[in-house]
Ligand binder design. Structure first.
Ligand code: R5P
Length: 297
């Protein structure tokens, strides 16, 4: 078995390899003056089961192309199987047609992964549980919720789990089950599909306690910050946010640091560079879960 990493999250790949007691295998990614890349495998992979770690967070297109090239190079070098560990699956929010005339970008990606020679995809906390149906290859769906449950236990009782939208109900129900049926509520959220503007109108239930917002990802930070504003207005005490994927686009870090949230917990499915870190942020690692899934693959 061999583990390779693209460039999008090498620290995670290194942690996974360390956990498994192996060294990351070598490859070369050469950049031509015009920006095109050439990938070359430097380790022997003939007859090996190979795993490639490459979250397809921003720049998603570039990270996908890199993954396709690595997988192609591995197949040509005789790898027996190639499994793509894509902890954050880029384009997952475009899993169906929202408005007439749109492309289903995730379906395109799924097709390319299959035809590119990927045998299996391993990913985390997908935006919708229906996503595996789009893939014509096996998609193993892991979750960071057990890691969150462990951390939430340290925060203590007198706490309510909050989903910032109705779509997240299943997620907080699962988490509640891991926490002795901790109470949970969902906020009514609307997003304008053309402008992205968010409105949060209503939250029912007792939230005059500590509130834990749980989401699959934080992109601009708008959803999390707006949820925290609403919760504070309704009397919440301390507010924490847990999200698997730290997409952190635009000014997310500043928005989150300035928000009513006391602490933001994310995982390392997406690499967070130093300039996007902020004092309220805590990053938990999914490396043990990835290593576990490699062992059982
Ligand atoms: C939406 O359905 C997702 O679960 C997240 O709530 C959303 O993608 C977060 O985006 P942002 O941080 O830009 O509000």
């Amino acid at each position: 078995m061999k583990i390779f990493s693209g460039t999008s999250n090498k620290p995670l790949a290194q942690k996974v390899a360390k956990n498994l007691g192996v060294k990351l295998s070598d490859l070369e990614i050469f950049k031509f003056p015009d920006g095109e890349k050439r990938v070359r495998i430097l380790d022997k992979v003939l007859g090996e089961d190979v795993f490639v770690v490459q979250p397809t967070s921003a720049p998603a297109d570039e990270n996908y192309m890199q993954l396709f090239f690595i997988v192609d190079a591995l197949r040509r070098s005789g790898a027996k199987s190639t499994k793509a560990i894509i902890p954050y699956l880029g384009y997952q929010r475009q899993d169906h047609v929202f408005r007439e005339g749109e492309a289903v970008s995730l379906e395109v990606v799924a097709t390319l992964l299959k035809w590119g020679g990927v045998d299996e995809v391993i990913s985390f906390d997908l935006h919708s549980i229906k996503i595996p149906e789009i893939f014509k290859i096996k998609l193993t769906h892991l979750s960071a919720l057990p890691i969150f449950a462990k951390e939430i236990k340290k925060i203590g009782n007198d706490t309510t789990l909050i989903s910032p939208d109705m779509g997240g109900i299943r997620r907080i129900k699962l988490l509640s089950g891991m926490l002795n049926n901790m109470p949970f509520v969902a906020i009514e959220k609307d997003r304008d599909l053309a402008t992205g503007a968010i409105t949060m109108s209503k939250v029912n239930g007792n939230i005059k306690r500590n509130a834990i917002i749980v989401d699959d990802m934080i992109s601009t930070g708008g959803t999390t910050a707006a949820a925290a504003d609403l919760l504070k207005r309704k009397g919440a005490k301390k507010i924490y946010a847990f999200a698997t994927h730290a997409v952190f686009s635009e000014n997310a870090s500043k928005i989150l640091q300035k928000s009513k949230i006391d602490k933001v917990y994310v995982t390392d499915t997406v690499f967070v560079p130093e300039d996007k870190k902020f004092p309220k942020l805590k990053i938990l690692s999914v490396s043990t879960l990835v290593a576990g899934s490699i062992k059982s693959a």
